[in-house]
Design a protein around this ligand. Structure first.
Ligand SMILES: NC(=O)c1ccc[n+]([C@@H]2O[C@H](COP(=O)([O-])OP(=O)(O)OC[C@H]3O[C@@H](n4cnc5c(N)ncnc54)[C@H](O)[C@@H]3O)[C@@H](O)[C@H]2O)c1
Length: 385
């Protein structure tokens, strides 16, 4: 057996709701060593110290950055703080794993991506679902052709959620967007969103987001903190199969349905024929692994090798771009907003499938053009005031 490389010293910043999950995975990691916990709230530092005696605690982030034993930081503070904290950490020469979303605006995210690139540091947004074995099983079924041509995806992510000032789009949409970009492997070109704000006009608890992808594939995402029970369900409908992914299901999180509708093109107008296919349902075996543990391992690998992690900064930027478009659409009462054709991919590098129908039933030849998608709002996000 070879000599194991020394563990990478890490400071965790933020020990609120999510931080304890990261702390546990850092402590259990074979690659990373949790040297310091930083939280501005005394109560949260005390909670950490009770659980993890012997690990340093600190209140001042800049002080933590001066510690040479801290080679990387994991940031789990509210989204409004991400940009400033990530920037300071990168400027101090630290690798960064920041919880989703990477930043609050596209321009902030772009600046961070550029800074990390220039300083040759790993910048990884924590899109945990990319490390979910169930999510990756669906991605495999799309990649290997089992699904056929993806037509559309519906997603419901709802529960009686934790009310936060950033609103439900900032809290939950990054999950759907990361999964959709991972599955479809093509950029979002158009977003339309409407929302309900029951308690404060600028803090939606529920949102309905429609997405159009470069090839014409569509997705409809409903997210809410006002729901009687937890729902985490996505359905991908393709030309050969339909796949249901249910994160809350204990034993059958992925179900593959051999169901669909065949449409025979008519010789004469009105003579079309439909055939319904109602075959078997298969629930493939999914390996058991904790996504956060895999995410930590990938962070360490990226730091050591200089390669991009699966959840990479360009993907984080792509997600923030789509969220910016959703926010603009909300302000425009649901008008579709053109995200622009992105050069940013998911990092996976799979070529586009050709010849898919776009939203108007025309073939776009897979050339990333938005012809016929029906842009209503003039200008792109880059033109935002
Ligand atoms: N990947 C996931 O599934 C998942 C789930 C939940 C939350 N999150 C993300 O985790 C992050 C944190 O969310 P949360 O729900 O735990 O928030 P939270 O408000 O419960 O906790 C944030 C903590 O950060 C501390 N903090 C704030 N500013 C600080 C600063 N400048 N320096 C040091 N400490 C500071 C606060 O005192 C608090 O303890 C968010 O980005 C959220 O989107 C991810």
């Amino acid at each position: 057996m070879g000599i194991l490389p020394p563990k990478i010293g890490v400071a965790l910043v933020g020990y609120g709701y999510w931080g304890p999950n990261l702390a546990r995975n850092l402590v259990e990691s074979g690659d990373l060593r949790l040297t310091t916990l930083c939280d501005s709230a005394e109560r949260r530092r005390a909670a950490f110290a009770r659980k993890h005696p012997g690990i340093d605690v600190a209140s001042d982030f800049d002080h933590v950055l001066l510690n040479p034993k801290v080679e990387a930081v994991v940031i789990a503070t509210p989204p409004s703080t991400h940009y400033a904290l990530v920037r300071r950490a990168l400027e101090a020469g630290k690798h960064v794993l920041v919880e989703k979303p990477l930043a609050r605006t596209e321009s902030q995210a772009r600046e961070l991506v550029e800074l990390a690139r220039r300083l040759e540091l790993t910048l990884m947004p924590g899109h945990t679902f990319l490390y979910s074995p169930s999510v990756n099983k669906v991605r495999d079924l799309i990649r290997d052709g089992t699904l056929g041509e993806p037509y559309f995806v519906t997603s419901s992510r709802m529960n009686l959620g934790n009310y936060q000032p950033d609103g439900v789009v900032c809290d939950l949409a990054p999950h759907d967007l990361s999964i959709l970009l991972h599955w479809l492997e093509e950029p979002v070109v158009q977003v339309a969103a409407t929302a309900c704000s029951v308690f404060q006009s600028d803090v939606p608890e529920t949102a309905f987001i429609s997405l159009r992808f470069a090839s014409g594939a569509a997705a409809n995402v409903q997210i809410s903190w006002l729901s009687p029970r937890k729902v985490r369900q996505m359905v991908v409908v393709g030309s050969k199969r339909m796949i249901q992914y249910e994160d809350t299901s204990a034993d059958a999180s992925v179900r593959v349905y051999d169901r669909g509708l065949e449409f025979d093109q008519p010789e004469n107008f009105g003579e079309y024929r439909l055939t319904y296919r109602t075959g078997d349902m298969v629930a493939p075996r999914i390996e058991a692994a904790e996504p956060l543990a895999l995410e930590m391992r990938d962070f360490a690998r990226a730091i050591r090798t200089g390669e991009e992690p699966l959840s990479n900064a360009r993907l984080g930027l792509e997600i923030v771009r789509a969220m910016d478009a959703a926010s603009l659409s909300l302000r425009l009462n649901g008008a579709p907003v053109d995200v622009g054709v992105s050069k940013v991919g998911t990092g996976a590098g799979r070529p586009m499938r050709n010849g898919r129908r776009n939203g108007n039933g025309h073939s776009n030849g897979g050339d990333h053009q938005r012809e016929g998608v029906g842009v209503i709002v003039p200008g792109r996000l880059g033109d935002l005031p």
